[in-house]
Write a protein that binds this ligand. Structure first.
Ligand code: GDP
Length: 301
């Protein structure tokens, strides 16, 4: 049988692409402007963005000065420290159990990995002995409901919502049902794209508002799924969705195969919405919690 690589190995394999040009920087003989320039290029190539790149390099220069090191190889550890400190505020776990049910609304553009992530999240919650009700509020896309149904069956959880229904009404019904059936979690899957004349953000705001009518404190979490492989584009999505919906967390997918993992540094610098989970593969178990140091170590191989 083919042995699957551990998720850490897959994350490393993916992020090695991000850091491939970073690692060669430290093989020189002295710490000079060339080194910083090469690092700058490498970070920009990894889609860390100008702000985060400048921030990290300034921080690194300070660290080099403080330690008085003259060895390029030692700069590597200092860079890992600098990145870890920048990414640390993104480390946060999803907490459930404070509400009955905890209502989690999940958004993300088509193709980001939203449906897959909801399936993985459902399994994660089931493993924590939480009962889950899925709301298929992406009523525009027939395939979305079908796909979610497959995940629901695999995880043996109930699902509410039918093709062509009103997304806000489906969400309202699901939250009401979740309360009546004493579920621990209601997961609301929303559309990632609408029939052209409608505005996605308005639709999502409406769903959020209507969820609040079914349960005054809800939604308790508003998560955005972004494709880690889309770099600065993912950052722009975080800003747009956060402006519209006040995000509480992110799920960053496809980090097992990206050269653009530096985008997390950009997110930390420009819009620090916590990263609840990272996706490191297509299987159900490929959803992991985010650890800043592990991530920094994987990026700087
Ligand atoms: P949605 O349109 O946002 O619902 O996206 P899907 O959940 O259908 O995912 C789109 C594609 O990305 C599918 O082929 C998934 O298997 C794949 N995918 C999702 N998450 C990951 C991940 O973490 N790693 C990899 N390699 N593929 C992923």
């Amino acid at each position: 049988p083919v042995e699957r690589k551990s998720w850490m190995e897959r994350l490393r394999a993916g992020l090695r692409k991000t850091g491939s040009s970073i690692s060669t920087v430290f093989t020189g003989t002295k710490i000079d402007e060339d080194l910083y320039e090469e690092l700058e290029t490498a970070l920009l190539m990894a889609d860390a963005g100008v702000k985060a790149t400048t921030f990290v390099l300034d921080d690194l220069r300070r660290r080099v000065k403080d330690t008085k090191t003259t060895n390029p190889a030692e700069v590597k550890a200092l860079l890992i420290d600098a990145l870890t400190e920048l990414l640390q505020p993104l480390e946060k776990g999803l907490v459930i159990g404070e509400h009955e049910p905890t209502v989690i609304m999940v958004a993300g553009v088509n193709g980001a990995g939203k449906t897959t992530s909801i399936g993985k999240l459902t399994r994660h919650l089931a493993e924590a002995d939480a009962s889950v009700l899925l709301a298929a509020a992406d009523t525009f896309r027939a395939a979305a409901r079908e796909q979610l149904g497959v995940w629901a069956t695999r995880n043996t959880v109930e699902i509410i919502g039918q093709q062509g229904g009103d997304p806000a009404a489906v969400s309202f019904d699901a939250v009401s049902a979740g309360k009546a059936r004493q579920k621990d979690v209601v997961l609301v899957d929303t559309a990632g794209r609408l029939p052209t004349q409608l505005h996605l953000m308005e639709e999502l705001k409406k769903i959020k508002r209507v969820i609040g009518k079914a349960e005054a404190t809800a939604p308790h979490e508003v998560l955005l799924v972004i494709d880690g492989n889309t770099g600065q584009n993912a950052l722009n999505q975080v800003k747009a969705f956060d402006d519209a919906l006040q995000l509480t967390g992110l799920i960053v997918t496809k980090l097992d195969g990206t050269a653009k993992g530096g985008v997390l540094a950009a997110i930390a610098q420009e819009r620090p919405v916590p990263v609840y989970f990272i996706g490191v593969g297509e299987k159900l178990e490929d959803l992991q919690t985010f650890n800043a140091r592990e991530f920094a170590q994987a990026i700087v191989p």
